[in-house]
Ligand binder design. Structure first.
Ligand code: MRU
Length: 338
């Protein structure tokens, strides 16, 4: 067992043969409980409610949701696909996984094999991206945002996978994680993964990021993605765009790490990406307790788009694109691959 295997022990999505068990990410880090889903509708609800979240994990869970629908003789597969497809709009891994499942037909065993393949391919892609991304680092500190780790994927993680590999290779000495208001993916989930793995990490308030960059403590910002458009524009967790602006201002490099299932060559640029708006309540309360005066309103977009011009490297399992633009994206994703 390699060091990385020993450390990377969390798995968020478990197929149990007759049901899908999801580690309930709403209750981490203090409670490790699972939610069991026995139908596609239950999986779609779990995706909506953020029981399972993170672009690749959503796609994997949805694939198993299709398997549940196929096993249930009363469920219409096309209805199940539509319900799952509508569960969240921004992460294209969801649509990508459902398209793959749709192409298989309706045989439950064949669908289960496809879902298993999607899950295993994601883990392998993360390991590869970990190596490729870590090779770009040359010591020092990194800042990450949201949660892109084992919890958000089949395992190991995308940006957090690069951090795992980079730390293991001695190319990172210190990690900073933004807390990621309002849902606190950074504080609740990324810190949980980093502390479990013994990687030196400090939590910062999202609003401390520019100040941190000016101090010289970080050389790279490393983030994941929910959808990468054909010109390299990248949708990711709200707050990513302002990190990219601050990074460019301070001479800090900016890396996006995502599997090719996150790349959407049918979407020309970031302006065409649908940004999910979630309930105002997520901003108006903290841990279920109201923090804002009654009668107040809130605007809660949960993703934003970072223009390709602010990205120094996009790392995928197919390779690394430095200074992404449409031409480089087309070279990697439209030529010589499916
Ligand atoms: O709303 P979430 O928690 O699903 O958002 C997750 C992110 O924005 C991640 O950065 C992204 O999905 C990449 S996860 C490997």
């Amino acid at each position: 067992m390699s060091d990385l295997d020993r450390h990377d022990t969390i798995r968020a999505v478990h197929w149990r043969g007759d049901r899908l068990s999801l580690l309930d990410q709403r209750r981490l880090p203090f409670e490790e409980v699972f939610v069991d889903c026995v139908s596609a509708a239950e999986v779609a609800q779990a995706i909506k409610d953020l029981v399972v979240r993170g672009a690749p994990a959503i796609g994997i869970a949805a694939a198993w949701g299709v398997v549940l629908a196929a096993r249930n003789e009363f469920a219409r597969l096309d209805q199940a696909l539509a319900v799952l497809r509508a569960s969240r709009p921004t992460a294209v891994n969801l649509m990508w996984a459902l398209d793959r499942m749709q192409g298989v037909g309706s045989d439950p065993a064949a669908l289960a094999a496809e879902a298993q393949a999607i899950q295993e391919e994601d883990l392998a892609a993360n390991r590869r991206m970990g190596e490729l991304g870590a090779a770009l680092l040359d010591g020092g500190g990194v800042l990450t945002h949201c949660n892109t780790g084992s919890l958000a994927t089949a395992g190991f993680g995308t940006a957090l996978g690069v951090i795992r590999s980079g730390y293991g290779a001695g190319r990172i000495s210190q990690v900073y994680a933004g807390e990621t208001r309002p849902w606190l993916q950074g504080a609740r989930l990324t810190m949980y993964e980093l502390v479990r793995d013994g990687i030196p990490a400090q939590l910062i308030a999202d609003s401390a990021a520019a100040h941190l960059m000016r101090s010289g403590a970080v050389q790279w910002v490393i983030v994941g993605a929910d959808r990468i458009a054909a010109n390299g524009d990248t949708a990711n967790k709200i707050g990513t765009y302002q990190l990219a602006i601050a990074a460019r201002h301070h001479g800090v490099k900016f890396m996006v790490v995502a599997p090719s299932s996150t790349v959407d060559m049918a979407t020309p640029d970031g302006a065409a990406i649908e940004i999910e708006l979630r309930a105002a309540d997520e901003l108006l309360a903290l841990g279920g307790k109201r923090t804002v005066v009654e009668g107040a309103q809130a605007w809660n977009p949960v993703f934003d788009v970072t223009p390709a011009t602010l990205i120094d490297a996009i790392v995928t399992e197919r390779g690394v694109i430095r200074h992404p633009d449409r031409h480089a994206m087309e070279n990697l994703f439209l030529s010589g691959h499916d």
